[in-house]
Design a protein around this ligand. Structure first.
Ligand code: NAP
Ligand code: FE
Length: 377
């Protein structure tokens, strides 16, 4: 074993009904809070009102920013950060899917530094830490509640960019599986496939650690067993709990390992074809595993076989993954979503400089990236 780092400073409160603890948990903060959430789902489910009531009973004044779209854009972050500065916000409560949580993180960083989000996307080091964050996830996928990352979308570049900052881990995450029961079947599946992609990529990252291996292995087992059950019955709380735990564990794994080539290549696919994030990542995974099986590297081959075994076929991991996707109603090839050969050359080109490549097994030239896309069509 070589050296590794492991860091997970987020306090977790997990379990059905745990949202009831929000008021007590934040009561000592006292300062004005910005609630950051999506445009519809938290209001429709009643969670937004529950959270606002919890803050009121803790005598905390709150301001609402409910303009976060799926795959939050730079301009949304700018709007949220402006509001946070105008209202002299001291901490942020993020409620919703990964998009709302990532927006909360990026707004927290931008507002604290009085700067433009684009600077951080371009790699500038912030002078100040982000505003403190408390988060309540309502999807089971990204694990954003336990990562130091925020992924933001730049439509002009047709790409998504990850910002990473060691202070961007939320202070507290309330993981209440009951809050995920309102997800429609498709959102449950798409987000669940993101958790699976994180876990698979974590097992193959050069930054893996004994902790990330443990979290990722458990996460794959949980997704394999529980995603079909929540797809069948969205109100099945044991299945929802398992998926919430799987997403969190896979998030803890990528907090150590970051994500690999499939995530990098998924970003333009999501922005250009509007394929949800988790589905887009997972569609690129079988071809990634196929290529890794061809590498002359015993460790990588053993890892690919382990992933296949966890998904029911240790002799053919790519096939096991495609079969699992089909079993949850997902067509496993990009072509089924209208992805065209004529576009992917541009996507491969814009992905060549990304940090995901250097921590993935093997070499990743422009031709290799193109080959991965083509095998996925
Ligand atoms: P999402 O974009 O947050 O949500 C997808 C859709 O589901 C939205 O329309 C949302 O509606 C709705 N929704 C959320 N929770 C719901 C619920 N309980 N009931 C009904 N509808 C619900 O999806 P996501 O997959 O969780 O997040 C994806 C984003 O996270 C991407 O931008 C991705 O790049 C990023 N990501 C971040 C990390 C990280 O470490 N930070 C890791 C992986 C991915 P509303 O908008 O109305 O709420
Ligand atoms: Fe992801």
């Amino acid at each position: 074993m070589t050296s590794f780092t492991h860091h997970m400073p987020t306090r977790l409160i997990f379990g059905p009904g745990s949202i009831d603890r929000l008021s007590d948990e934040v009561a000592s903060i006292r300062h004005r809070c910005l609630i950051v959430t999506g445009r519809r789902s938290a209001r429709l489910s009643g969670l937004l009102e529950t959270a606002q009531d919890a803050l009121l009973s803790a005598q905390i004044e709150s301001v609402l920013f409910d303009q976060v779209e799926p795959n939050p854009t730079l301009s949304t972050i700018t709007d949220g950060a402006k509001l946070a500065q105008e209202k002299q916000i001291k901490w942020i409560l993020g409620i919703g899917g990964g998009s709302a949580l990532d927006a909360a993180k990026a707004i927290a960083l931008t507002a604290a530094n009085g700067s433009d989000i684009k600077e951080f996307v371009c790699g500038a080091r912030p002078a100040r830490p982000p505003l403190p964050l408390v988060v309540v996830p309502t999807t089971s996928g990204t694990g954003s509640e336990v990562t130091p990352y925020s992924v933001v979308t730049d439509p002009a570049e047709c790409d998504k960019f990850g910002i990473s900052n060691p202070h961007m881990f939320p202070r507290l995450a309330i993981l209440d599986p009951e809050l995920t029961t309102s997800m429609p079947e498709k959102v449950s599946v798409d987000t669940g496939l993101d958790a699976l992609s994180h876990a698979v990529e974590a097992l193959l990252s050069s930054l893996r650690s004994p902790f990330s291996d443990m979290y990722a292995t458990e996460a794959i087992e949980l997704v394999f067993k529980s995603l079909p059950s929540v797809r069948e019955d969205g109100s099945f709380i044991p299945g929802r709990s398992s998926m919430q735990l799987a997403a969190c564990l896979a998030g803890m794994a990528i907090a150590d390992t970051r994500t690999l080539v499939p995530h990098a290549l998924s970003y333009p696919i999501t922005v250009f074809y509007d394929i949800p994030h988790g589905r887009a990542c997972c569609l690129l995974l079988p071809a990634f595993l196929e290529r890794l099986s061809d590498l002359d590297d015993e460790f990588v081959q053993a890892r690919v076989a382990k992933i296949g075994g966890l998904l029911g076929n240790k002799d053919d991991a790519p096939d096991a993954l495609r079969a699992f996707m089909e079993s949850v109603g997902v067509a496993p090839r990009l072509g089924a979503y209208g992805v065209q050969d004529s576009e992917i050359e541009r996507f491969a080109k814009q992905s060549t400089g990304k940090g995901h490549l250097g921590i993935s097994p093997g070499e990743w030239s422009m031709e290799d990236l193109l080959d991965l896309y083509r095998r996925s069509l």
